[in-house]
Design a protein around this ligand. Structure first.
Ligand SMILES: [Zn+2]
Length: 288
């Protein structure tokens, strides 16, 4: 069952409605660390403590420096073969939808069609005005640095509010990163679009890439595909038999055992796994 590429390819060829659920493991192959989850430290701050509305209200200078550093790191990184493979599948199959938990913008930079890409946790490159009276937002602003005060990633200096990014519409509100912070709901439009995808017809196959799929809402989407008798394929570097989700899948009755587990680097597996539908993927600059 594990890593049976032939049977996976047969399933892939017969699937029309396909969902991909993408997590940090996809971008780890591009060298980007994930700060979501335990143990992520930035300047000796627990990254989870910085990713909250309260932290931003208390110290917007520190939180903006954290996000500015992450924007810079994401801009230095490049999309990998898996990002390009998923983007190519999206171009070839209008019934392929990707739900990403990643905020690094790498899928868009691999030219993934934006209409087939939902950002569950927002994006480092989205900006929103914090003024209650203003509705300004920008979904993809890759300007860096956003203000001169944010130019030096090593500066530990306090930045006065006046030198932090401000709204170009109302000119008074402070801008904030358009990521989903701890304690905030997922974007309504994203949840609604994902729900609609399930309502429009059976999802034949879900690809769980670089995430265990055991954390909600990810786990919920896997359950919904299985409830429709769709199939599940997991691509993750650290598939762990003790992980509750993988254990649950492996313990399923035979009739529900319709999944593949490909353990390893997503950037290696995904192009191979999707090759029957998309051909060979070459990165920009590949010489061979
Ligand atoms: Zn504004």
């Amino acid at each position: 069952m594990a890593a049976d590429l032939t049977s996976f390819h047969a399933c892939l060829r017969s699937s029309s409605r396909i969902l991909a659920l993408v997590g940090a493991g996809l971008s780890a192959s591009s060298g980007l660390p994930t700060f979501r989850g335990a143990g992520g430290l930035w300047r000796n701050h627990d990254a989870m403590d910085l990713a909250t509305p309260d932290a931003f209200a208390a110290d917007p200078s520190l939180v903006w420096q954290f996000y500015s550093a992450r924007r810079a790191a994401a801009l230095r990184a490049s999309p990998n073969r898996a990002h390009y493979a998923l983007a190519e599948l999206a171009r070839r199959n209008p019934n392929f939808l990707t739900l990403t938990q990643n905020v690094d913008g790498l899928s868009l930079r691999a030219n993934h069609p934006s209409s087939q890409l939902l950002h569950l946790h927002g994006s480092l490159f989205a900006l929103k005005c914090t003024s209650f009276y203003c509705d300004y937002s920008d979904n993809n602003n890759t300007t860096h640095p956003l203000t001169p005060a944010l130019a030096d990633p090593d500066s530990h200096s306090f930045i006065p509010a006046a030198d932090l990014p401000h709204c170009p519409k109302c000119h008074t509100g402070l801008l904030r990163p358009g990521v989903v912070w701890f304690g905030e709901p997922l974007p309504w439009s994203v949840v609604h679009t994902a729900d609609s995808f399930f309502e429009q017809g059976k999802v034949d196959l879900i690809l769980v890439i670089g995430t265990s799929g055991s954390v909600y809402p990810a786990a919920g989407y896997v359950d919904r595909v299985r409830a429709q008798n769709g199939k599940v394929a997991i691509f993750n570097i650290d598939v762990d038999a003790t992980d509750s989700d993988e254990e649950r899948l492996l313990d399923a009755p035979d009739s529900e055992r319709m999944q593949w587990i490909f353990k390893g680097d997503a950037a290696e597996w995904i192009p191979k796994a999707l090759e029957p539908l998309i051909g060979k993927i070459e990165l920009p600059g590949d010489s061979d």
